[in-house]
Design a protein around this ligand. Structure first.
Ligand code: PMP
Length: 441
């Protein structure tokens, strides 16, 4: 069976892979052909433990029959319906269900097709809101260094990753807070670091520099994931909220990764007890099965845009696939699974075990930091001189060959397993990673 699968491998030439070193990959491809529960099956028939919930999205684990059945039923019943000036009940039903668990009570829901679309949607809603309340001079958008907000032009403009920005023209009038990564003061921390709440004062400095009346919104990931698992220092998010409110600036939390139970509460908004005005989500919204995103808005933001003439379109924005019926069916079934199995809070029960298991890797070769919160870990390696990222990449390839899927971003190894993980599987992840780190030395 394995040999047969390989023999059936298609040519790899045509598919231009995203965020991948295509030539390197195609010379030694890593292909997955099936998945069930906590495991993938590789093309050569090996079981690979999923340490990353796919790409931070398969929170309920793989192969959930209930989601598959809901998708199949919806495809056979109403496969697609226009999303503009027409509706279908399942989109309203899904928005209502989401409203019941909405982060911080933000229960007005705009559907998108991905995290990137959610981010650009939230930025546009913020701009439209400011205009609607007579604050049309507020057009500036503030992001953060080392922020990742997807790959739309809005997202890369407020994002803080040079490689994603340097080749492209960006939105005018953005600025950035400093990031909160500070190994000199916060290393090997379980949960939130002690030092760095004062970095939120960067927003005050940008207000002093640009004038509050030019700033529409500030967007941050409550816990930055894709840029190396950066956990907010104690008090940081509270301070950001306070400064934003004081200056009439909307606060957007990008919860594409932290949404749907990753930290042990349904959303980071709940986990940290800080309520923004808009929340972006995707990924875990449908357990990664069908592409979909959602922006949660406060009633204040939503209602401010509902004040024009009744026959006028309130927001000139939307997608062919906004509220796609099949994605909504997947999302509703996903919520059923999350709620019945208690997955939106399960990471809290596993938290102590997670901290202990991951911090065992302290002292492993080249490890200069370990950061853990919820069911997320960032394990930072000292970069190899002249070849940043190469050490972590070698560990990633080695782990895959030995049966563990991890993710690397620069010199940080990120782990974020499905929320169904058992403790023994967490231990297995730590031990396999420890072995790979030892081999890399
Ligand atoms: N925002 C954050 C915080 C993310 O982590 C990601 C994806 N990793 C995105 C936005 C973009 O999502 P997508 O890839 O679905 O466009």
């Amino acid at each position: 069976m394995p040999a047969q699968t390989r023999a059936n491998r298609p040519s790899l030439d045509a598919y231009w892979m995203p965020f991948t070193a295509n030539r390197q990959f195609k010379a030694a491809p890593r292909l997955l052909v099936a998945a069930e529960g906590m495991h993938y099956t590789s093309e050569d028939g090996r079981r690979v433990l999923d340490g990353t919930a796919g790409l931070w999205c398969v929170n309920a684990g793989h192969g959930r029959r209930r989601i598959a059945a809901a998708v199949e039923h919806q495809l056979a019943t109403l496969d697609y319906a226009p999303s503009f000036q027409m509706g279908h009940p399942i989109a309203f039903a899904f928005a209502e269900r989401l409203g019941a668990i909405a982060p911080g009570g933000l229960d007005r829901v705009f559907f998108t097709g991905s995290g990137s679309e959610s981010v650009d949607t939230a930025l546009k809603i913020a701009l439209a809101y400011q205009r609607a309340i007579g604050q049309g001079t507020r057009t500036r958008l503030i992001g953060r260094e080392r922020g990742y907000h997807g790959v739309g032009f809005g997202g890369i403009s407020v994002g803080g990753l040079v490689n994603n920005r340097r080749a492209f023209p960006l939105l005018p009038g953005t600025d950035h807070l400093r990031h909160t990564h500070d190994l000199a003061r916060n290393a090997f921390v379980k949960g939130q670091p002690e030092h760095g709440a004062d970095l939120a004062d960067d927003l005050e400095r940008l207000v002093a520099l640009h004038g509050a009346e030019t700033i529409a919104a500030v967007i941050v990931e409550p816990v930055a994931g894709s840029t190396g698992v950066l956990v907010p220092p104690k008090g940081y998010l509270e301070r950001l909220r306070e400064i934003a409110t004081r200056h009439g600036i909307l606060l957007i939390f990008d919860e594409v990764i932290t949404g749907f139970g990753r930290l042990g509460a349904p959303f980071a908004t709940d986990f940290f007890g800080v309520t923004p005005d808009l929340v972006t989500t995707a990924k875990g919204l449908t357990n990664g099965t069908i592409p979909m995103g959602a922006v949660f808005a406060s009633r204040a933001v939503h209602d401010a845009l509902m004040t024009g003439p009744e026959n006028a379109i309130e927001l000139f924005h939307g997608y062919t696939y906004s509220g796609h019926p099949v994605a909504c069916a997947a999302g509703l079934a996903t919520l059923d699974v999350y709620e019945e199995e208690g997955l939106l809070t399960r990471a809290a029960a596993l938290q102590d075990h997670w901290h202990e298991a991951m911090h065992v890797l302290r002292g492993a070769p080249h490890v200069i930091d370990i950061r853990t919160i919820g069911l997320v870990a960032g394990i930072e390696l000292a970069p190899r001189a002249g070849a940043p990222g190469s050490r972590a990449h070698a560990v990633f390839v080695d782990c895959f060959e030995k049966g563990l899927l991890i993710r690397v971003t620069g010199d940080v190894i990120a782990l974020s397993p499905p929320l169904i993980t058992e403790r023994a599987q967490i231990d297995a992840m730590a031990s396999m990673l420890g072995d790979a780190l030892a081999r890399a030395a």
